[in-house]
Design a protein around this ligand. Structure first.
Ligand SMILES: [Zn+2]
Length: 441
């Protein structure tokens, strides 16, 4: 039976022999090894009784009570007496304090959890635990590696861009020109499984995407049935049959609605400028209605909708803003086919209504929008059939920003990626699972 003080300390394998208090209230706990396996040679496994030397170490442990605790572990150094073993000597070790460790296992676990799960900064946690920054960081890395492990195959891969920092202006040394750099990362997300954020890579080019995919296993690449991307030509070009042989490209529909909203805003600005010879102001009706224009039709109260509609009729004789508004709503109707689970005939009807509306106007912004929809049609149709979207990725982008804020800007990209991935994976596990019933196969 373990005696009470040792039980209170709770470090398995160590027994408390004495506790003393210094003038500054620090408690000094003298411990000895009570685990018979501590005298086992780490190479040959034979228990030794040949004491070579006695030493004292002070491994750092978790806080207990208000005043500090200092452990003094009286360790024994043994010689291995097994003739066939090449080891000459070894020092006692227990599971809570492995060889050459100066912190207990339970302290490192606690540190890792505070950094990883509570998303606290390394500096803050290191200070609180009384260890150095590198020790706290190493504890987190070891913990993260066991939790994250290798990327397992996924069925639906989400590819999305995130801004890594604020845009910066830098001066080129040769020409003296000022150049704007927009640091972007590309994130890869397991959209239907429970792995969360799989990885990140610098930049948002097709080459960056191909590079990341090429670093994954062949089984991973072959297992992907769908890839959801923003309507970015670079991403689409990267997802080829050579790279992902079984993947169908799906375009994220929120980005398509945004394209329609952008076209509508461009028309409103141009019409205002043509009519008034200046930019829109607060007192202009179409400026006052700009938010209602971008709001989904079904989310507008009947009165607000009527007010917007009538103001546009009264103040835009060319009816271009209203035409652009209707085009946006026709596109939304078409995209709602995914939610409504309609058949392909109904999809064709809705697509035809959108195209013919755009074609019947003489509005260049709407012609461009219709061309974009045509370019992306196969990937849009894949969305209408599966309902897959990157909506979940947006959640990660918020998490990524939160983690970055806590860390006050990472200088080391690898450290930053590990923490972000750890955080997004954990958040993922806590959330409910995505339904995969709409997926074929
Ligand atoms: Zn040995």
């Amino acid at each position: 039976m373990v005696e009470p003080t040792s039980l209170l300390l709770g470090l398995e394998g160590l027994g408390v022999r004495a506790v003393a208090q210094r003038a500054d209230r620090t408690r000094v706990v003298e411990v000895i090894t009570i685990d018979p396996n501590a005298a086992r040679c780490p190479d040959c496994g034979i228990v030794s009784d040949s004491v070579k030397e006695r030493t004292v170490t002070s491994p750092r442990d978790i806080r207990y009570g208000e005043d500090p605790i200092v452990l003094r572990w009286n360790k024994t150094r043994y010689g291995c007496r097994n003739d066939t073993c090449s080891r000459v000597s070894f020092t006692e070790a227990i599971e809570q304090v492995p060889p050459r460790r100066r912190t207990t296992t339970r302290l490192r676990t606690q540190i890792a959890r505070e950094i990883g799960d509570a998303a606290r900064s390394v500096v803050e946690v290191a200070d609180g635990a009384g260890v150095s920054w590198p020790t706290a960081h190493a504890a987190f890395v070891a913990h993260a590696e066991t939790v994250l492990g290798e990327v397992a195959p996924v069925r639906v891969l989400g590819i999305d861009e995130t801004r890594r920092g604020k845009p910066r202006w830098t001066r080129e040394t040769d020409s003296g020109r000022w150049v704007r750099t927009d640091p972007w990362d590309t994130g890869f997300v397991d959209l239907c499984g429970d792995q969360g954020l799989l990885g990140q890579t610098e930049g948002r080019t097709g080459a960056a995407v191909r590079q990341w995919l090429s670093e994954q296993s062949e089984a991973f690449r072959a297992g992907i049935t769908h890839v959801v991307i923003d309507p970015s030509a670079a991403y689409a070009a990267a997802v080829t049959r050579e790279v992902l042989p079984n993947a169908v490209l799906v375009v994220d529909h929120f980005h398509l609605v945004k394209l329609a909203n952008d076209a509508l805003t461009a028309v409103r600005r141009r019409v205002t400028f043509d009519t008034l010879g200046r930019r829109g102001r607060k007192q202009d009706p179409e400026w006052a209605n700009r938010r209602r224009l971008l709001t989904a039709r079904e989310r507008l109260a009947p009165r607000a909708f009527a007010a917007m509609w009538n103001a546009l009729i009264d103040n835009d004789p060319s009816a271009q803003i209203l035409s652009a508004y209707i085009a946006k709503e026709e596109l939304r109707q078409l995209l709602a086919a995914a939610r409504d689970r309609v058949d392909d005939a109904e999809i064709r009807t809705r697509l035809y209504r959108f195209y013919s509306w755009c074609a019947d106007t003489k509005i260049p912004e709407l012609h461009r929008l219709a061309t974009t929809i045509e370019t992306w049609w196969p990937a849009i149709l894949a969305f209408l059939h599966t309902g897959l979207s990157n909506a979940r990725t947006e959640g990660y982008n918020r998490l990524v920003k939160q983690v970055k804020r806590v860390a006050c800007g990472f200088r080391n990209t690898e450290n930053s990626r590990r923490r972000i991935r750890f955080h997004c994976t954990r958040a993922q596990r806590a959330s409910t699972r995505f339904t995969t019933e709409h997926l074929p196969g």
